[in-house]
Design a binder for this molecule. Structure first.
Ligand SMILES: [Fe+2]
Ligand SMILES: [Fe+2]
Length: 284
């Protein structure tokens, strides 16, 4: 075991909604400490890295990600687009590419995972997102080439579990995207942000494989809900996923693990949750 990671597993940390420009600085220090203690092999930041998509906010987010002693990948959220309407319509991700990352839909092929990011931002909407069918099919093609034993992951800013696509902050194309990703892409795990609250569980949609969904809350925005856990530690094994939310404890200014949730792949390729842990909480 190294940093609490069981042998034969891969640890990634899922963070979302850092909102640089409106971040709580104390929480940022605690987050950096926790990330160092947990020693992930990868950090995935699912969008809203900034409050208003300004160059200095994007640079600050990039500096923070670079300060983590682990590889990272990120994607834009609705807050990372410029506020000026003409900028949103001409080249909405220009500053994101320039100051944060040249890649808005990065992909990763590792020993235990194959990961595709989908940019769900919609420059014609302030909060809502969208996915285009061709964009989703390209990600599904990539995932379908996974080797046996790789966990197939899709990461987006907007969550899939709000299937009412008419919602002001919902994601257009979510239902169709889920159908394609579950069937053609054989996705196992969906990582999302945007809601500022943690939601972990099996996504059950009629006619589709059951897959694991993980919406991470925000570790650094003062707008986070009082009870919202702040980031999620993801341990991947062979046909197994453990998701452990960590929450900032205000009196100690440190993150504490709340409760681990375990999921396994069944013979029919559906995922299901297994008995929750009764173990103690951890602090980092
Ligand atoms: Fe956000
Ligand atoms: Fe958002």
């Amino acid at each position: 075991m190294e940093n609490g990671t069981p042998a034969g597993t891969l640890r990634l940390i899922h963070i979302a909604d850092l909102h640089f420009g409106a971040q709580a600085d104390g929480a940022l220090v605690a987050l950096r400490e926790a990330l160092r203690a947990l020693g992930p092999s990868l950090v995935v930041a699912t969008g809203d890295l900034t409050q208003r998509g300004l160059p200095e906010q994007l640079r600050a987010a990039r500096d923070f990600l670079d300060s983590i002693q682990a590889p990272w990948l990120a994607m834009p959220g609705n807050h990372d687009l410029p506020v000026m309407p003409w900028r949103r319509l001409i080249d909405p991700l220009r500053d994101y590419r320039r100051y944060l990352s040249a890649h808005t839909e990065p992909r990763l092929d590792g020993d235990l995972l194959r990961l595709a990011v989908l940019d769900s931002t919609d420059p014609t909407a302030w909060r809502a997102g969208r996915l285009e069918e061709a964009q989703v099919r390209a990600a599904a093609d990539y995932l379908s080439a996974a080797a046996p034993g790789q966990i197939r992951i899709v990461a987006t800013h907007h969550p899939f579990d709000e299937l009412n696509e008419e919602r002001r902050d919902g994601m257009r194309g979510a239902q169709k995207a889920l159908e394609i990703l579950c069937a053609e892409g054989q996705v196992d795990l969906l990582l999302c942000g945007h809601l500022h609250q943690t939601r972990i569980g099996i996504l059950r949609n009629e006619g589709l494989r059951c897959v694991v969904g993980c919406v991470a809350s925000t570790p650094t925005s003062p707008r986070k809900e009082a009870a919202g856990e702040a980031f999620v530690c993801v341990d991947l094994g062979e046909d197994a996923i453990t998701l452990s939310p960590w929450r900032l404890t205000p009196d100690t200014e440190r993150f504490r693990r709340v409760k681990a949730r375990h999921f396994c792949r069944q013979r029919d390729n559906h995922w299901r949750e297994i008995e929750p842990d009764l173990d103690d909480e951890d602090e980092a």
